[in-house]
Design a protein around this ligand. Structure first.
Ligand code: C2E
Ligand code: C2E
Ligand code: C2E
Length: 88
């Protein structure tokens, strides 16, 4: 594997997500809630989601996956090391 596939794991901080105003966090909060429901995974402080899900969320937010992950890091929903998500 070359340096061109960082594949940082997407681990959402659910407490930070809940603390954000709904107009910012709404779509992501609904997406995370749907995944929790499908998995039956309600007790965690964090939720690991698929890399592929970040692409879907980027479409919903009308941003590139890189810009969205940057935004999520700024909101404290993703840890800083998640900033390296690539678009290729
Ligand atoms: P990790 O992936 O670094 O996750 C560390 C801890 O974060 C987990 O401890 C759990 O408390 C929390 N966590 C991460 N993602 C989620 C999530 O989507 N939902 C919930 N409820 N909690 C989450 P835990 O459960 O004791 O797991 C320890 C380690 O065991 C994990 O470290 C990972 O290396 C492995 N592991 C656990 N479940 C899975 C899995 O479904 N797939 C894989 N590949 N590894 C797993
Ligand atoms: P599915 O996609 O047919 O996955 C069936 C089961 O395969 C999952 O049951 C899980 O046990 C395992 N699985 C599939 N992909 C992965 C993976 O990347 N990592 C790990 N650790 N396990 C995987 P589970 O968790 O009960 O999920 C049931 C269904 O809920 C999934 O069926 C899928 O339709 C949906 N789902 C759950 N989590 C996610 C997610 O993070 N993103 C998306 N898009 N769908 C999810
Ligand atoms: P993980 O379980 O450590 O899986 C890491 C990567 O291995 C996944 O990245 C995916 O590329 C691959 N992988 C693992 N299990 C499966 C599988 O059953 N089918 C396929 N096709 N690929 C698999 P990805 O998709 O970005 O997922 C990242 C993390 O999100 C997973 O780490 C896991 O913690 C969580 N996750 C994703 N989908 C599910 C799911 O359906 N159920 C659960 N419980 N967790 C999931």
């Amino acid at each position: 594997p070359s340096g061109s596939e960082p594949a940082a794991k997407i681990v959402i901080n659910l407490e930070r997500l809940q603390a954000l105003p709904a107009e910012k966090a709404g779509p992501l909060a609904r997406y995370a809630a749907a995944i929790q429901s499908q998995r039956g995974d309600y007790n965690g402080k964090v939720l690991s989601i698929r890399n592929e899900d970040l692409r879907s969320l980027a479409i919903i937010y009308d941003m590139t996956p890189g810009d969205l992950s940057e935004q999520l890091v700024e909101w404290g929903v993703l840890p800083p090391e998640a900033r390296v998500v690539r678009e290729d």
